[in-house]
Design a protein around this ligand. Structure first.
Ligand code: IMP
Length: 430
């Protein structure tokens, strides 16, 4: 059986929600492997809209196992409130259909406070984070002072872990002019939430390996996008986890040889939320139009997304670093009605032509795009379900993208509706 990894191949918000939902219908197990509740998407199933940011998309479907892997940073209070909201909408969530890795590190209130305090320091350039404590929680994981899900089960261990974390955090907070953490209140809150989280704790790596041996289909649901990857993204304007496809293995405990297909989700133009370089950004009427037509506002923070032309250099790069087998191209219909379209095919930097984005932040900021112009189309592509429904200029645009990014289109999504999809290659095909 095939196992599929879904990754965002730009800066996130590529429309993963619909594709993951579409694939999760055919998967047995759906696993998150990085990020936390900084992600966000809305799934529309029948008449109901479900808002998810931490739970895997499979949770809203019966008969699936949803997994939160060790690569995720877990805010237990957010988890419980998301579970309660979904239950209120009639979704059944039990330890039979939701498993949380025992070795997943927790996001504590102090992480969110630190995240927001840093972002508000006037002397340091902002990253534009979601303010949810993601970065500080990953720092504690790597600094070996995180509190992990399994620690909630033993009170003596929990106290030791909290004390270890507070030695670090209280010193940091003093430096930022913040009050020290109220140790007793934190411990009390953790003990209270523990009873609601522990029933879901499981050796996820073992369950996934057994599922794989039993021939189950596993879908790894990536969050954010590869250009926000801590190693390969536009550092330091990135998130704090690995986002590229290799993370599916380390973030769940299933070996890399269990990944059969990597599906990169790619928007037909480019957007980004938060700060950082964006060579093909448009600060003009075209950019405004993309934002309006594409409803480009963040799901988690409501921030307006920055918009620009399709950047083939970046997507070629992310397809390479994630080993993308095929892409799902989304939101093509947003380009309907543009007389001409531009695709970024390279950069100019200090008089030199580049076919990749350099790693140094100052160079990234100085790269200017080299564009190729293409004819647009006046017809609507919204809702197209076969190539025959698309105008010739739209097909040409898609084919040119494939050529430039050196990766084929596996799926083409033409509206938020699940069935408005053109399937070229089935990622789950054996
Ligand atoms: P953090 O993940 O909250 O630390 O934010 C770091 C950067 O990643 C910021 O630029 C955020 O806007 C961006 N980011 C985090 N999560 C998402 C997402 O799900 N979609 C798009 N951008 C995101």
């Amino acid at each position: 059986m095939a196992n599929v990894v879904v990754v965002g191949a730009q800066w996130g918000d590529e429309g993963k929600g619909k594709i993951v939902d579409w694939l999760s219908e055919r998967a047995d197990v759906i696993a998150r492997c990085q990020g936390g509740h900084n992600a966000g998407h809305t799934l529309v199933i029948g008449e109901k809209a479900f808002k998810l940011s931490l739970l895997p998309a499979g949770i809203v479907r019966g008969g699936k196992i949803s997994v939160i892997g060790n690569g995720v940073v877990l805010d237990p209070w957010h988890l419980v409130s998301e579970i309660e909201k979904l239950r209120g909408q009639g979704v059944e969530i039990t330890p039979e259909n939701l498993l949380i890795a025992e070795n997943a590190p927790l996001i504590l209130p102090l992480h969110g406070e630190l995240d927001r305090a840093r972002e508000s320091q006037a002397s340091v350039a902002k990253i534009g984070t979601t303010g949810r404590g993601i970065g500080p929680a990953y720092e504690d994981k790597v600094g070996r002072r995180a509190i992990r899900v399994a620690d909630l089960a033993d009170d003596a261990t929990l106290e030791l872990r909290v004390d270890r974390a507070l030695v670090h955090h209280d010193a940091l907070r003093r430096g930022l002019g913040m009050e020290p953490v109220d140790r007793d209140a934190l411990l009390a809150a953790l003990r209270e939430i523990a009873v609601q989280v522990l029933p879901y704790a499981a050796p996820v790596w073992k369950v996934l390996n057994e599922s794989r041996r039993a021939g189950k289909r596993i879908l790894f649901e990536g969050a954010q996008g590869a250009l926000l990857d801590i190693d390969f993204g536009t550092y330091p304007y990135v998130t704090s986890s690995n986002v590229i496809a290799g993370q599916a293995a380390t973030g769940t405990g299933l070996g890399p040889n269990s990944i059969d297909f990597v599906l990169g989700i790619v928007k037909a133009y480019t957007t980004r939320v938060g700060e950082g370089p964006f060579p093909a950004e448009l600060n003009d009427d075209d950019g405004q139009r993309l934002g309006e037509r594409g409803h480009e506002f963040g799901t988690v923070t409501g921030r307006k997304r920055r918009c620009g032309w399709f950047d083939a250099v970046l997507v070629r790069q992310t397809c390479a670093t994630s080993g993308v087998s095929g892409i799902a191209l989304t939101k093509l219909d947003v380009l309907d009605g543009f007389k001409t379209l531009k695709i970024c095919t390279g950069y100019e930097l200090d008089g030199q032509k580049l076919d990749y984005l350099p790693i140094a932040a100052d160079q990234q900021a100085r790269c200017t795009p080299v564009y190729e112009e293409m004819d647009g189309w006046s017809e609507s592509t919204a809702g197209a379900r076969s190539w025959n429904d698309l105008p010739a200029a739209a097909i040409k645009y898609v084919r040119r993208i494939e050529e430039l990014i050196q990766c084929p289109v596996a799926l083409l999504s033409t509206s938020p509706e699940r069935d408005d999809t053109i399937l070229v290659t089935d990622p789950f095909a054996d």
